[in-house]
Design a protein around this ligand. Structure first.
Ligand SMILES: NC(=O)c1ccc[n+]([C@@H]2O[C@H](COP(=O)([O-])OP(=O)(O)OC[C@H]3O[C@@H](n4cnc5c(N)ncnc54)[C@H](OP(=O)(O)O)[C@@H]3O)[C@@H](O)[C@H]2O)c1
Length: 302
């Protein structure tokens, strides 16, 4: 037997339950991974609550979890690139809060030496989201980038990857996270009323591009600061972005981009602080992410 988190209805964190399930087996081209780390995303919270029920209705009982790191423990027919015992990380589709996941072998990224497994599991979604958004926005060395929600998982990586690309970065966060945001390489600015003026003060040269991971007010502020509205990107609120001439910057999943960020993390070029919860404390982990505040990434340990 194996164990997985299931929900039987939309609702608060208390609808999350751990149940026994049959051990999954890999088919052709697939591997089975013994999960060690499962990331918790704001997306999982929205899914659990039913916020996405109109667009993506769940069939109950439903499973959750789009990111994992662990050890390959079974290999399906035709898989030659991975073997039992290999440590991997990658995306999965709403199944990763579980002791075992089965994924296409081509979606699994080999964990680089020097990267601990907890950080590896934490990186998966945020790394792909941040790197994809920066790519979509064409952030480069000449830019001054404004990152909204810079202390969160996506913001943490977006700040550092933009700095790696040579950009100057301003990051919004609550005052408690300002030293942290500064340590990532950005100038911290408090969000809330007066944001536009504070950013102008922090970046007298002007802001050329903005990445929103916070929603409406962040986008409206960006519209006052960025001249080329097509360089206002959001991963939260496409409708508001489009209303000001900006756009959504969701990129398709990319094992190649994930591998590139994992390599930077293995070298210590990028960091991602992790808040860990035992698998059995999945309800507490959801509460932590649902608070909407905090730094870095929340993961479950199995
Ligand atoms: N994770 C992903 O891969 C992914 C993919 C697509 C879309 N998204 C969306 O992007 C958003 C952020 O995701 P995440 O994983 O980075 O979240 P997270 O790790 O939970 O971080 C949320 C951050 O938002 C900050 N924040 C709260 N209110 C804010 C405000 N009014 N203005 C600016 N910052 C504010 C908090 O900073 P303080 O603690 O300093 O208040 C906190 O650090 C979510 O809506 C999520 O659904 C995420």
């Amino acid at each position: 037997m194996s164990r997985a988190v299931k929900i039987n209805e939309y609702g608060g964190p208390e609808v999350l339950t751990i149940v026994d399930v049959a051990e999954p087996a890999p088919g052709p081209g697939e591997v089975r991974v013994r999960v060690k780390v499962a990331g918790v995303q704001p997306f999982d919270i929205k899914t659990r609550r039913g916020d996405l029920a109109e667009r993506m209705p769940l069939t109950f009982p439903a499973t959750l979890g789009n990111e994992y790191a662990g050890v390959v423990d079974q290999v399906g027919p035709g898989v030659t690139d991975l073997a039992v015992g290999d440590e991997v990380l990658g995306s999965a589709s709403a199944v990763a809060y579980a002791e075992h996941v089965v994924v296409p072998a081509t979606d699994a990224v080999r964990k680089p030496d020097g990267l601990d497994i907890v950080t590896a599991g934490a990186l998966v979604a945020a790394a792909q989201t941040a790197s994809g958004a920066l790519l979509e926005l064409g952030v480069n060395a000449g830019d001054t980038l404004l990152v909204h929600a810079a202390a969160g998982s996506v913001g943490t990586l977006a700040v550092q990857l933009a700095r790696e690309a040579g950009a100057t970065v301003i990051g919004t966060a609550s005052p408690a996270n300002h030293e942290y945001v500064r340590s990532l390489g950005a100038t911290p600015v408090a969000y809330g009323p007066g944001l536009v003026e504070r950013v102008r003060e922090a970046a007298p040269q002007g802001v050329t591009v903005a990445l929103d991971a916070a929603g409406r007010d962040a986008i409206l502020a960006s519209a006052e600061l960025v001249a080329d509205k097509s360089r206002i990107g959001t991963i939260v609120d496409p409708a508001t972005a489009e209303s000001v001439g900006g756009r959504a910057v969701f990129s398709p999943r990319s094992p190649a981009r994930l591998a590139a960020v994992a390599a930077l993390a293995a070298k210590g070029t990028v960091i991602l602080p992790v808040r860990t919860y035992p698998f059995e404390d999945v309800i507490e982990a959801h509460r932590a992410v649902e608070s909407g505040h905090g730094r870095g990434k929340v993961v479950l340990l199995l």
